[in-house]
Design a protein around this ligand. Sequence first.
Ligand code: ASP
Length: 321
Amino acid sequence: MKKILVLHTGGTISMSKDATGGVILNEQNPLMNQNELFQGEIELVVEDIFNLPSPHMTLEQMFQLKERIIQGIAEGIDGVVITHGTDTLEETAYFLDLTVPKGVAVVVTGAMRSSNEIGSDGLYNFMSAVWTAASDESRNKGVLVVMNDEIHMAKYVTKTHTTNVATFRTPTFGPIGMLTKGRTFFTKEVMPEEVCDVPSVQGEVFLIKAYAGMDDQIFNLIHTEKLDGLVIEALGAGNLPPAVLPGLQKILDQKIPVVLVSRCSNGIAEDIYAYEGGGAGLRNHGVIFMKGLNGQKARIRLLVGLNAGKSAEELHRYLES
Ligand code: ASP
């Protein structure tokens, strides 16, 4: 019988609607005792590690989750399921993807409707995540996000809708598999990736979004003595308004890593355009182009790279790979 470690962290999946219609945290997680759903085929080892709405999730808590998973792997569990609020689910999933050794399947899930709402998707997503974590096919694929019968890579999945149950999508590449009646069906291979089991998660990395008419005021307002890295969601294929450049250059001159991704939800930021503020010039000035990640995940990768004790050159390679 497969043994699956279930770590509940909170979020709508563990909440319910009260008499006033507000969605609130429960003292007792409604998903705590669900062993009978798996009819003696899977044994659940369940822990309520946190009970948080996911906007309260911090890097320190992601780190604690990572440590608990690694301990579980050493104890011989066959798979891991994490239930999580959907707002920051993709960040926790990607942090774990970068830091937990591949092998045992780690699956993150959540819900868009709380436990006592009509059409609640929590129990169903939970069940799907457990089936996925127990499937031999899910091994060695990195952290997976399972919602609404789809299986996504933590690296590229993102929350795209405020309320729809089909909110989790993988722009550009699509999901890597699906579930049909409790069975996993994968359609894509996952490329191997470096794993950095970081000893800490320290550092200040800001995320800034570019817009038409932007200048460098916001860059000049940053206390660079407290800054370890910066992520910019740039325009289109990877460009910035020229008025941004003087303030940005001051940050680059201090050898603070500046990472660029696109604010477009599809595609990859590249150093194509050679006009003032274009990607070609930005890259020549030391801006690091990260491929295919959104801003919030680029920030997680930069933080992991910074905590992995890499030299400037190794960090550059890690971020651009
Ligand atoms: N705001 C909630 C949270 O992220 C939404 C959810 O759980 O889906 O915790």
